[in-house]
Each structure stands twice: as structure tokens, then as C-alpha cells.
Design a protein around this ligand. Structure first.
Ligand code: SAM
Ligand code: SF4
Ligand code: SF4
Length: 365
């Protein structure tokens, strides 16, 4: 990512903060789309994969390409960061069409286009990204692939036979596409299930590529459906210790390492306090759109603030509406969790407090 793209994200963050100061509606610069709840993994920290086993009809209600693109296009003036996640994005046969539509509508406005995949289907990953990456040329494109264990630990956490090898194969094929603006990284979700090999996982995930993104299990409602208690705060001290070691090992080679480095630096304060060390900017800087167009503050919520289909797919008009602002107000500045997808923007909005907090954490103050 070039300096201009960082500048553009910082400007967008400043605009949101200014709006908040003067009490104006906030228009999000980050849009995260949960494109589907379909998923072939069998994770123990996330129950998304069960959704269409329990209710297969529901899949037909997912947003269409046109609906997704209309909503992104409506946000053209303020959107700078689009994140595509799931479920499993590559389970959508029309993933490539979705990306084409987004790039046509707002590609010139984007400082970051992010994809998260479980990587368990190397053929589909290669097929999808060999079509997607030429479309995203010129846009900083970030693909993260989840890696929650090595060998048998991966299989225990994610329930996919030979899953570890499949993910490594997907990463190898993705990187062989050699796209200039592509950054690849593994994403490690630490929990009680894999903390014992956190250090080895960090090594494997760092080999020859961008350092991993390290996150931690929560009881996020979109993921667990309220039916799994995996929150690291109620785990033993081992997860916390593993995160502390990861913070110490994390590289700081440039601006791009700053949010993850500060995030890990602040994680010990998250455990000490029992809630996030900074007030979250989700709902103002970012919105999460579920597979059916429900507009969420973040993936921890299961009650939408609004619905795209009821708002003619017009995100700015929706954000300016009285109903939306009233629904968001009591949730604003929430501190319930401290996971990277919302913590990185939050750190960007609060750099001084983040630096001071991370320094205090390091000194044990
Ligand atoms: C919900 S998945 C969606 C993308 C894709 N299916 C994958 O697994 O990478 C996004 C990220 O959430 C992580 N995750 C899974 N369970 C979680 C939990 N209970 N709390 C926080 N993150 C979790 C996954 O490991 C993954 O890195
Ligand atoms: S974490 Fe990702 S791969 Fe695992 S069940 Fe959830 S959506 Fe699927
Ligand atoms: S802290 Fe942010 S990401 Fe976490 S539950 Fe609250 S609003 Fe959602």
C-alpha cells in the first residue's frame, strides 16, 4: 500500500471523527460484506457452517450481485475499504462478478480491498483469484487465509481432513499468480484449542510472506449464533501468554505493521480490564452487511440496525435517517471485544491513546 492510500484512509477517519464532534451523521469508509453463510469447514469456534445445514432454503435469500453492487456504489463518495468475508466467499459461484461490479463502481476510490477465505479448496481459490486479481490491478488487495493450527491441530479446530495441507496449497497457488498489488497473509485465531502451538504457528505463518494477522476467539453472534462459549477471556492464562509472546515477536518494519503491532500491544490491557482499551468505531467508520442485507454494527451483533432492501440500497441515506441513528446511538463506542477487524480502524482513530496504552501495557502499568 502506497503512502497515498494510508493518507486517504486517515483522511476518511478524520472525516468520521469531525462528523461525530459536530453531531452530524457518520458515513462509513469501511464496508464489510458477509457474502454468504455457506461454508464447507466444520470449525469449533464458529457455527456459520451449520446455518444452511439447518435451513437450506435461506440461501436463496442472499443478496444478488446487483444488490451488493448498488449498495457499494451508493457509498462511492465515502467508501475507501471493502472487505469481503463469509462464510466462505469462494462458495459463491458469482464471487468474480461481485468483485467486477465493485471494482467498476468504486475501484478508483479504494485504498484497500480485502478478502478472507478458509482456503480449503485450492482449485476454487486458484480459479477465483486468477480472474479477480487482474480486475483489482492498481488497488491494494489483501487476501487472508485462515490457519488455526498445524496438521492434526488444524483438523481438530476446523474439522477438515488434510485441511492444513489444502490451505498451504491454496496459498502456494495464490502467490504463484504473482499479482503486483497483492498482499497475502495467514490469519490465526487463537483460542483454547490451539494456544499450545501458537509460537510454531506464528513461524509457519510468517515463512516467506507478510506476517500473520493474529486474532482471538470471541462469542461474536454472527459466528457462534450464541451457541458456543469460546471467548478467550474465559479461557485459561495460556491464550493470554501466547498473545503476549506474539506481541513481542511481531515485526515493526513500516506503517503497515503499526495497527497490528499496537493491537497486540494493547491486548494485555484488554485482558486486565475485561473490555476493550479503546472505544470501538464500528457503526461509524465501518458497517457489516450480512448475507441478506441486514446492516450490522459488526459481526458480534445479530439484530440489524437497518436493512439494505428496506432502504433502496442507499447507504448514505440510510445512515442519515433518524431510525438508523437512534438504533446506533446506544451501541456507539462499545468496548465488548478487541478483535482486529474493528480494532485496527479504532486504533487509526485513536493513535495517541493507542501508543500510550500499548506503552503502559509493555511496562506493566
Ligand atoms: C468467520 S471467518 C470467515 C472467513 C473464512 N470462512 C475463514 O474462516 O477465514 C473470519 C475469521 O474469523 C475467525 N473466527 C472463527 N471463529 C471465531 C470466533 N469465535 N471469534 C473470532 N474470530 C473467529 C476465523 O478464524 C477467520 O479468521
Ligand atoms: S470460521 Fe470461517 S471456515 Fe470456519 S465455519 Fe466459520 S466461516 Fe466457516
Ligand atoms: S467492540 Fe466493536 S467489534 Fe466488538 S462488539 Fe463492540 S462494536 Fe462490535
Amino acid at each position: 500500500m502506497k503512502l497515498g492510500h494510508y493518507g486517504s484512509l486517515l483522511m476518511a477517519a478524520a472525516r468520521v471523527e469531525m462528523a461525530r464532534i459536530v453531531g452530524a451523521p457518520t458515513l462509513p469508509y469501511k464496508l464489510e460484506y458477509i457474502l454468504t453463510f455457506s461454508c464447507g469447514s466444520r470449525c469449533r469456534t464458529c457455527n456459520i457452517w451449520k446455518r444452511y445445514i439447518d435451513d437450506p432454503e435461506k440461501r436463496s435469500e442472499e443478496l444478488s450481485v446487483d444488490e451488493i453492487v448498488r449498495s457499494v456504489a451508493s457509498a462511492r463518495e465515502h467508501v475507501r475499504w471493502v472487505s469481503l468475508t463469509g462464510g466462505e466467499i469462494t462458495d459463491r459461484d458469482d464471487l468474480e462478478d461481485i468483485v467486477e461490479g465493485i471494482v467498476d463502481a468504486v475501484g478508483d476510490r479504494l485504498s484497500l480491498l480485502q478478502f478472507t477465505t478458509n482456503g480449503i479448496n485450492p482449485d476454487r481459490v486458484e480459479e477465483a483469484f486468477s480472474r479477480i486479481l487482474p480486475m483489482t490491478a492498481g488497488i491494494p488487495t489483501y487476501v487472508t487465509m485462515s490457519l488455526d493450527g498445524i496438521g492434526s491441530t488444524y483438523e481438530r479446530v476446523r474439522g477438515v481432513p488434510n485441511g492444513y495441507d489444502k490451505v498451504q496449497e491454496s496459498m502456494r497457488r495464490l502467490e504463484a499468480l504473482n499479482a503486483p498489488e497483492l498482499t497475502t497473509s495467514f490469519q490465526i485465531t487463537l483460542s483454547e484449542l490451539n494456544h499450545h502451538e501458537a509460537d510454531a504457528l506464528f513461524d509457519v505463518a510468517s515463512e516467506g510472506r507478510e506476517r500473520p494477522i493474529i486474532t482471538m476467539a470471541t462469542n461474536a453472534l454472527q459466528l457462534t449464533g450464541g451457541k458456543a462459549d469460546v471467548d478467550v477471556r474465559s479461557a485459561g492464562p495460556e491464550v493470554r501468554e501466547a498473545l503476549k509472546r506474539a506481541a513481542g515477536r511481531y515485526p515493526l518494519r513500516g506503517l503497515k505493521d503499526l495497527p497490528p503491532k499496537l493491537h497486540l500491544g494493547l491486548v494485555q490491557r484488554f485482558f486486565d480490564r475485561g473490555d476493550a482499551p479503546l472505544p470501538c468505531v464500528a457503526g461509524h467508520a465501518s458497517l457489516t452487511i450480512d448475507a441478506y442485507g441486514g446492516v450490522l454494527q459488526c459481526d458480534s451483533r445479530d439484530v440489524p440496525l437497518a436493512h439494505l432492501r428496506a432502504n433502496d440500497f442507499d447507504i448514505p441515506a440510510m445512515c442519515r435517517s433518524e431510525g438508523f441513528r437512534e438504533a446506533l446511538a446506544p451501541l456507539s463506542g462499545c468496548r465488548e471485544c478487541f478483535t482486529p477487524c474493528q480494532a485496527y480502524p479504532t486504533i487509526m482513530h485513536n493513535p495517541t491513546r493507542a501508543f500510550v496504552g500499548a506503552a503502559r501495557g509493555r511496562l506493566g502499568l
